[in-house]
Design a protein around this ligand. Structure first.
Ligand code: URA
Length: 454
C-alpha cells in the first residue's frame, strides 16, 4: 500500500477501507510515512471529512491502539471519566473526581496541562505542595482500585499516533476539523480503559467552539463515536462566555475547589460539578449496566427518570454536606505525595509575591467579562503558558469579584491580580479592564447548561 494512493483517494472524497485507515495510523506511529504525506492526508480529511459510521470508528480504534491501552478490567465497578474541551476557571475535575468516587464510581483520570488561554488540571494539582502527577501505570491502577480515583498526566505510551498527528495539525492549520478533534480527544480518553465518558463541551467566547451549533456537532460526533466503539457517552454543552467561578489560576483554583468540597463556594462551579456528577453516576448505575455493556448503560441515561436524576443529585449533595468527598480528596492528595493539610488550611497553598486590585472607572452594569481575555490575563500574570515549554507560577492568577449583570460603582474592586512581576501586573490589569465591558443595560442571566446530548 502507498500513502500517495490513500491521500489521493481521500482528496477525491472516496471512502477509505479499514486497511487504508490503519495503514496511515501505523505509519504516523512508527515514522514510516513522511510528515509531508501525513500533513497532506490531514488536509484532505479537513476538507473531505470522515464517514461517521464506516471510517471514523476504525480510525479511532487504530489511534487508541497505537500505544498502551490500560486494562482496568480487574477493578470492580464501572470506570467513568469526564473530559472538558477546555475553559477559563474550569476547575471542575478537582471537586468532581473525589465526589463521584466517594459515591462508588471509579474515576481513572488522565488530564492535560494548560495551553493558550485555558488552564489545565495538572498545573492546578501541582500547585499543591508535593503533589505528583507522574505516577507509574501500576500505581495509577492501584489507586483507582483502592481510592476510586487517581489523576495523572498523559504518558508517552498513550495514543502516540495522536501526539504525532496533533503536532502536524497544529503546524498545518488543520486542528479545526470535527472528525480529527473527536478522534484525537477520544483516542487518549478511551485508552484509559474506561467504560463510559462524560463530556463537557464548552461554548462561547472563552471556548474552542464559539457557536452552539459547532459545539453540538462536535458533541454529537463524539457521543456517536463512543457508542460505535462500545463505550458509553453523554455530553453537556455548557456556557463559557464568562469564566467559571471566581478563581482563575492554579493555587487559587485549588482553593475554590476545596471550598466546593467544603459544601460552599461559587454557585456555578457547584452546579456544574453536580450536573456532571449526575451524568457520571447515571452512566455507572448498576440498573443501567444491563448485560454488563457500558454502551447500553450510557445510551439508557438518555431516558433517565426524574426520580433517578433526583436520587443521584441527593447522593452527591450528601457527600458534599457530610465531608466525605473532601476527605476522599485529602486521601488522594496524600496518596499522590501532596500535603493533605491544604484541605483544612488553604493558607498552605503557594502565595503570590505581588497583589493588585483592578477597580471600576465608571458607574453602570457589567455587560460582559470576556472569558478568553480573562484567560489571557491569567497567562500574562504567570499562571499559564504561551509556549509548551514555559513554566507556570503556581501562585499567579486572579480572583473576580464581579460578574456580568452586576451593578458597579467607580472604585469597586472588579478583580484582584496575583503575580511575581510588576510588568506582568500592568499587562494583566490592562487585559482585565478590556475584558470588563460596562454599560447601562440590565443583563439577563444565561443558563449554564445549554443542552444535553445522549
Ligand atoms: N484537544 C485534543 O486533545 N485534540 C484536539 O484535536 C483538540 C483539542
Amino acid at each position: 500500500m502507498r500513502a500517495y494512493d490513500v491521500i489521493h483517494k481521500k482528496r477525491d472524497g472516496e471512502l477509505l477501507s479499514e486497511d487504508e485507515l490503519r495503514f496511515i495510523v501505523r505509519g504516523a506511529t512508527d515514522g514510516t510515512i513522511a510528515d509531508e504525506q501525513l500533513a497532506a492526508f490531514l488536509m484532505a480529511v479537513f476538507f473531505r471529512g470522515m464517514d461517521g459510521e464506516r471510517e471514523l470508528p476504525v480510525w479511532l480504534d487504530a489511534m487508541l491502539r497505537s500505544g498502551q491501552v490500560l486494562d482496568l478490567s480487574a477493578i470492580a465497578g464501572c470506570k467513568v471519566d469526564k473530559h472538558s474541551t477546555g475553559g477559563v476557571g474550569d476547575k471542575i475535575s478537582l471537586p468532581l473526581a473525589p465526589l463521584v468516587a466517594v459515591c462508588g464510581v471509579k474515576v481513572p483520570m488522565v488530564s492535560g496541562r494548560g495551553l493558550g488561554h485555558t488552564g489545565g488540571t495538572l498545573d492546578k494539582l501541582e500547585s499543591i505542595p508535593g503533589f505528583s502527577v507522574n505516577l507509574s501505570i501500576a500505581r495509577f491502577t492501584e489507586l483507582v482500585d483502592k481510592l476510586g480515583l487517581c489523576l495523572i498526566g498523559q504518558t508517552a505510551e498513550i495514543a502516540p499516533a495522536d501526539r504525532k498527528l496533533y503536532a502536524l495539525r497544529d503546524a498545518t492549520a488543520t486542528v479545526e476539523s470535527i472528525p480529527l478533534i473527536a478522534s484525537s480527544i477520544l483516542s487518549k480518553k478511551l485508552a484509559e480503559g474506561i467504560d463510559a465518558l462524560v463530556l463537557d463541551v464548552k461554548v462561547g467566547k472563552g471556548a474552542f467552539m464559539k457557536s452552539q451549533d459547532e459545539a453540538r456537532k462536535l458533541a454529537r460526533t463524539m457521543v456517536d463515536l463512543c457508542h460505535a466503539v462500545g463505550r458509553g457517552c453523554t455530553a453537556l454543552l455548557t456556557a463559557m462566555d464568562e469564566p467559571l467561578g471566581q478563581a482563575v489560576g492554579n493555587a487559587v483554583e485549588v482553593r475554590e475547589s476545596i471550598e466546593i468540597l467544603q459544601n460552599r463556594g461559587p454557585a456555578d462551579v457547584r452546579e456544574l460539578t453536580l450536573q456532571l456528577g449526575i451524568e457520571m453516576l447515571l452512566s455507572a448505575a448498576p440498573s443501567r449496566q444491563s448485560a454488563g455493556t457500558a454502551t447500553q448503560s450510557a445510551r439508557s441515561t438518555a431516558n433517565a427518570s426524574s426520580s433517578e436524576i433526583a436520587q443521584a443529585r441527593a447522593q452527591l449533595e450528601r457527600a458534599l454536606a457530610d465531608g466525605s468527598a473532601l476527605e476522599r480528596f485529602a486521601q488522594l492528595i496524600e496518596a499522590q505525595g501532596g500535603d493533605r493539610r491544604v484541605c483544612d488550611n488553604t493558607e498552605l497553598l503557594p502565595k503570590p509575591q505581588l497583589i493588585r486590585s483592578v477597580r471600576a472607572t465608571q458607574d453602570g452594569v457589567l455587560q460582559s467579562l470576556d472569558a478568553e481575555q480573562i484567560g489571557l490575563a491569567a497567562v500574562e500574570l504567570g499562571a499559564g503558558r504561551s509556549r509548551k515549554e514555559d513554566k507556570v507560577d503556581p501562585a499567579a492568577g486572579l480572583m473576580l469579584y464581579k460578574r456580568a449583570g452586576d451593578v458597579i460603582r467607580v472604585g469597586d474592586v472588579i478583580a484582584e491580580l496575583y503575580s511575581s512581576n510588576e510588568d506582568w501586573l500592568d499587562a494583566g490589569e490592562a487585559r482585565v479592564k478590556r475584558a470588563a465591558q460596562v454599560g447601562e443595560e440590565a443583563i439577563a442571566q444565561k443558563p449554564l447548561v445549554l443542552e444535553r446530548i445522549a
